[in-house]
Design a protein around this ligand. Sequence first.
Ligand code: KG4
Ligand code: ZN
Length: 342
Amino acid sequence: MSEEKEILILAIESSCDETAAAVVKNGRDVLSNVISSQIDLHTLYGGVVPEIASRKHIEKINQVIQAALDEAEVTLSDIDAIGVTYGPGLVGALLVGTASAKAIAYASKKPLVGVHHIEGHIAANFIEHKELEPPFFSLVVSGGHTHLVRVNDYGRFDIIGRTRDDAAGEAFDKVARAIGLGYPGGPKIDKVSKQGNPDAIAFPRAHMEDAPFDFSFSGLKSAVLNYINGCRMKGEAYSQADVAASFQKAVTDVLVEHAMHAVEEYHMDKFAIAGGVASNSALREAMAKACAERKIKFYYPSPVYCTDNAAMIGVAAYYEYRNGTRHGWNLNAVPNLKLGER
Ligand code: KG4
Ligand code: ZN
């Protein structure tokens, strides 16, 4: 029996504040996953400073790529294609990754495969769930995105719902800052909420009559700010843990409700969450319960594959490579790249 040739992808991700590179075999096996996070640096400013992010990426990217090859115990000559995130994200940050990928692909005469960042987040689910194959439904919740997506096939998507304003992660980060938890807010709210009462404060859940699968989090964020200001004006102390837990419950309730509504409407029996907020413990728990009640198989990546990493880009790049996607030396960073555009 002839063995199928192994395909090795070297993947690069630099769309926000992590400089990352990975080597992925046959789209499912992660041989290395190197992440250099800039979080400590941006924490000083309370959020990601784009100019600083770009400069740090330039400083780190070559070391990170070399470390990914070394950890995978391969050299560039073993690699079949170079995958890279070319959007959406911060333009200066994306440019560092795309320029590096183009230089490596050109010098080593390897094909270049540009990847949509969200396609990467969804593909993170393939790493630890070898049996997962499209079609399935996905909720992508990150610092920049909140999308309900029908994954029709590898690299083929229909967006069923999206946020009208803030992304879920953005709401976590803003509320965390308001209640004095600092950046990055998501993991901190997740932790503090464990000490709080999620039913202590009735924060609003937004529903759009004309678009049942869309989200809106700016009203919720304002309600939290109003609540805090109200307490301050009355000279009353508020419980940080109760505010965090009640806010988190308001976000997860809406995410779960819309996701389950969509899964039922589209008759899907598989559901996967993705993106930084997918590592939220309350969201995972609530989604697992809601899926179990409906006999829907629920998938989620380990936390390291939820937040930005290059392994997920390597997985998405493998399927794009197999679908015949090739990019030229004119591949550019596209900060507002739409999912499914190529
Ligand atoms: O996917 P990601 O690393 O970057 C983007 O593509 O945006 O997501 C980062 C976002 C941040 O907003 C962060 O606060 C949020 O994910 N996040 C969380 C948790 N871990 C990260 N939000 C809620 N709970 C968490 N445990
Ligand atoms: Zn991301």
